[in-house]
Design a protein. Sequence first.
Length: 61
Amino acid sequence: MVTQVRTPAALQGSKRLIEGSIQLLALDLVESTRGRTRINASAKEHLVAEEVAHARDDRLV
């Protein structure tokens, strides 16, 4: 008869910490190589002439 031995909870916690650190490092590496995109704040949307329905308009429901 062979008994099963589980890893102690302390070792499982450290294993999760290591795996989480590896995932964060991989994510940081991907973001740094790809570069972060910026939003162009000067892009004109031309929404001034558009008519927007009021939130209480029954036709929206």
